[in-house]
Write a protein that binds this ligand. Structure first.
Ligand SMILES: *[C@@H]1O[C@H](CO)[C@@H](O)[C@H](O)[C@H]1NC(C)=O
Ligand SMILES: *[C@@H]1O[C@H](CO)[C@@H](O)[C@H](O)[C@H]1NC(C)=O
Ligand SMILES: *[C@@H]1O[C@H](CO)[C@@H](O)[C@H](O)[C@H]1NC(C)=O
Ligand SMILES: *[C@@H]1O[C@H](CO)[C@@H](O)[C@H](O)[C@H]1NC(C)=O
Ligand SMILES: *[C@@H]1O[C@H](CO)[C@@H](O)[C@H](O)[C@H]1NC(C)=O
Ligand SMILES: *[C@@H]1O[C@H](CO)[C@@H](O)[C@H](O)[C@H]1NC(C)=O
Ligand SMILES: *[C@@H]1O[C@H](CO)[C@@H](O)[C@H](O)[C@H]1NC(C)=O
Ligand SMILES: *[C@@H]1O[C@H](CO)[C@@H](O)[C@H](O)[C@H]1NC(C)=O
Length: 670
């Protein structure tokens, strides 16, 4: 044998050997080890993929995405359907890379589940595991170890960087800030899940003791002696006889690539340790992607390349007028939330009238389908005269994009052009509540649906006021800003948008932005929107939903001109229920309708100090606290007289009754 041939065969053997080590070493059905996933036969869905380098990419850099990866075959977790669960152990190495680094997607979870089909689960804060109706239901039979990088008060998350043990729910049974305990001193060391650092997780379940341990450490470190968290759980009723194991991850408007580098699992034993030298490497930030392409492309450069470049430049110059947008240096950090005008233009088919969803207070709203992901969005085109304050406003808009709540319409991003701002939101298939209340063409909503919408909007507003990291005043609560999703849940839209008209205006004059009938009387005097003025508007909204009438109806008789006044008057006469929407028919819960009407009056009390906070409102609506005693005499005021006194008179009389463009920009300064 010649030395050449010998060397070749040694190489071949070595390659075969390496290949075997890299690919799964499935020694039996109940254990496996992956050091890198090249050639691995996993079941993938959503945006999940295996990169050419062998990384398992559970989500990539796609807005509003989710992805799942499962070991293809189910594993036997019990001897018999009614038996006790086996002990098991698993370990995996992961890294989350976010762009930009400080804004991140929602997180990833290791999961054990009876099914691989998570097509009905939601992304965002639901981590691709559950949806609104399934979350918390014991029929899920899902065990998840979440690596959660956003704080959702909805699920009582402790912070935006924690590890949790979740059983059938996103409210963790146990959770702890990410980190580990040092062997020697026992002191706790923080780890940032979204730092881009490669880390390892160990999950160990002892079925005899019924203890589930979770441990975390940086990749370079051996498994710490002390676990990060543990729970005493009898998994026998949670896990079924055969279950799938895998990963799930999701992104909201912020982009994170959730990578798994290696994974091993063993039933009734200790999972094989992962050799970090065999794991694939994680890409650093992808921002110089374009440079790389150029570098590869240049050596091929020839006259054709030059021709192509010249052609492209001419093409771009010609296109430029059509797709031109404004992009300044300070916006670079918002990269992922910037949509290109071109994409939006295409998404909305050139903003043709056929795609027009409606004319909102701040501009036209179009339906679009994003070419990149195929997801449906609503694109709002807001015209904006001055550029002053734009930077501040964009910072605010981007930070509002981080708000997550099931009763808020998710803001996905923006694009800026000369004199115009485009905001991209989740698409709400059922349109606005206002249409259902006032448009004869729409079916009337029954009381149960209305009450659910009211409670939803109240909880969304409470989140804005008290449960998020900063207080957000909505400023324009009204039925047309409540959108209905496909299950007819109410979601508040347009939060914070009214501020656009605050920035960059002359501080000498106060501009009150809002809609007549929802504006608290003191706004005319102070011009300052607060959570309390939001409560006023919410009160008007409650009455609107219960009565099916607009808060101010210039076409009505004087006594019905202002809805609040009319309801008080009817109450005084002992017939408050007569104000209910006649289309409700006879199928309604009397106590609930009465509660909503009275609470509506309390919220829109002319004296700001008498109005309840949204937290109190939610407690009244949920029946956790009785509505305070009030009598119509306490409310004997005429809002109309008061509004007139405050100088709203002309606006009331000229307020258009049509549903569109109801936002009146009032000059309230006197
Ligand atoms: C993966 O596994 C499935 C089921 O065992 C099989 O049908 C399929 O051909 C495999 N795919 C590859 C690429 O090995
Ligand atoms: C398992 O439990 C169910 C109800 O708890 C019972 O109907 C069934 O007979 C049991 N099966 C076995 C094999 O014990
Ligand atoms: C929620 O998820 C469950 C379980 O996957 C599914 O059966 C149900 O249809 C889903 N509901 C919706 C509204 O998608
Ligand atoms: C849990 O899910 C099952 C089946 O999907 C359903 O019948 C049941 O009503 C749900 N329970 C709750 C509390 O939602
Ligand atoms: C660890 O994180 C917690 C919570 O985020 C923080 O309060 C604490 O200061 C951090 N400790 C260190 C040493 O960084
Ligand atoms: C869980 O952790 C405790 C304390 O560190 C340890 O005593 C126990 O053996 C661990 N159990 C498993 C299954 O790893
Ligand atoms: C910590 O203790 C564990 C178990 O006793 C051991 O395996 C590990 O190597 C130790 N880690 C370090 C950094 O010494
Ligand atoms: C755990 O749950 C199973 C099924 O619900 C039950 O049969 C078993 O007795 C429980 N184990 C303990 C120790 O409570």
């Amino acid at each position: 044998m010649s030395t050449g041939l010998l060397r070749a065969s040694v190489c071949l053997l070595l390659l075969l050997f390496l290949h075997q080590k890299l690919a799964a070493c499935a020694d039996g059905a109940d254990s496996f080890t992956y050091s890198g996933f090249r050639g691995a036969n996993l079941t993938l869905d959503g945006v999940a993929a295996i990169s050419s380098g062998g990384l398992l990419v559970v989500t990539d850099n796609t807005v509003q995405s989710k992805g799942h990866a499962f070991y293809r075959t189910p594993l036997r977790f019990k001897e018999s359907p009614n038996g006790t669960v086996f002990s098991f152990s698993t370990t995996f190495v992961f890294a989350f890379i976010s762009e930009p680094a400080d804004l991140n997607g929602d997180g990833m979870a290791f999961l054990v589940s009876p099914t691989k089909d998570f097509s009905r689960a939601l992304g965002n804060q639901y981590l691709g595991l559950f949806n609104l109706s399934s979350v918390g239901n014991s029929t899920n039979h899902v065990l998840a170890i979440e690596l959660d990088t956003t704080r959702n008060p909805e699920f009582q998350d402790i912070d935006n960087n924690h590890v949790g043990i979740d059983i059938n729910n996103l409210k963790s049974d146990e959770s702890h800030t990410a980190g580990y305990y040092l062997n020697d001193t026992g002191s706790f060391q923080n780890l940032s899940l979204r730092s881009g650092q490669t880390m390892q997780v160990w999950v160990d379940y002892d079925s005899h003791e019924m203890i589930l341990n979770v441990t975390l450490a940086p990749i370079a470190m051996a498994k710490p002696r002390r676990r990060l968290l543990s729970a005493v759980v009898n998994l026998s009723s949670v896990l079924l006889e055969t279950m799938y194991v895998g990963f799930s991850a999701s992104n909201g408007p912020f982009l994170t690539s959730h990578y798994v580098l290696g994974w091993s699992f063993k039933m009734n034993g200790v999972a094989q340790a992962l050799d970090s030298s065999l794991l694939p490497s994680v890409p650093r930030a992808k921002s110089n992607h374009k440079l790389k392409v150029l570098r590869i492309g240049l050596p091929l450069a020839s006259s054709t390349l030059v021709l192509i470049i010249v052609g492209t430049v001419v093409f771009i110059l010609r296109r430029r007028g059509r797709y031109s947008e404004l992009l300044e240096d300070w916006e670079l950090e918002y990269g992922p939330h910037r949509f290109s005008y071109k994409d939006l233009f295409r998404a909305a088919k050139g903003f043709r009238d056929t795609e027009l969803l409606g004319m909102g207070a701040f501009g036209r709203v179009y339906k679009g389908v994003l070419p990149s992901s195929g997801s449906e969005v609503a694109i709002k085109r807001v015209s904006h005269g001055s550029r002053q304050g734009m930077r501040e406003f964009i910072a605010e808009i981007v930070s509002l994009g981080r708000l997550r709540h099931r009763n808020l319409v998710q803001l996905l991003g923006y694009c800026r052009r000369q004199g115009e701002l485009l905001l991209v939101y989740d698409y709400m298939p059922n349109g606005s509540l206002e249409k259902f209340l006032h448009d004869q063409a729409k079916p009337a909503l029954d009381w149960a649906t209305r009450f659910r919408i009211i409670k939803g909007v109240a909880s969304g507003l409470l989140y804005l006021h008290e449960d998020w990291e900063q207080v957000v005043v909505h400023r324009d609560i009204k039925a047309s800003n409540v959108l209905l999703d496909n299950e007819l849940n109410g979601r508040l839209g347009d939060f914070g948008l009214a501020r656009l008209y605050d920035h960059g205006t002359d501080p000498q004059t106060t501009h009150v932005v809002g809609t007549m009938g929802y504006l608290a009387p003191e706004l005319a005097r102070t011009g300052k929107a607060t959570t309390i003025t939001d409560v006023f508007a919410f009160g008007a909204f409650l009455l609107e939903v219960a009565c099916g009438r607009r808060p101010v109806d210039p076409t009505a008789h004087e006594e019905q001109l202002v809805l609040q006044d009319w309801v008080v008057e009817k109450w005084r006469k002992g017939s408050i229920l007569e104000t209910r929407d006649p289309t409700l028919g006879e199928e309604y819960a009397v106590e609930e309708v009465e509660l909503v009407l009275k609470l509506g009056l309390l919220c829109s009390h002319p004296l700001p100090t008498k109005r309840p906070s949204m937290r109190q409102v939610v407690r009244y609506l949920e029946g956790h606290a009785p509505l305070p005693e009030l009598s119509p005499a306490n409310l004997s005021f005429s809002l109309l007289a008061l509004l007139r006194k405050e100088g709203f008179d002309d606006q009331i009389m000229s307020c258009p009754s049509s549903s569109v463009a109801t936002a009146s920009v009032l000059s309230g300064g006197r």
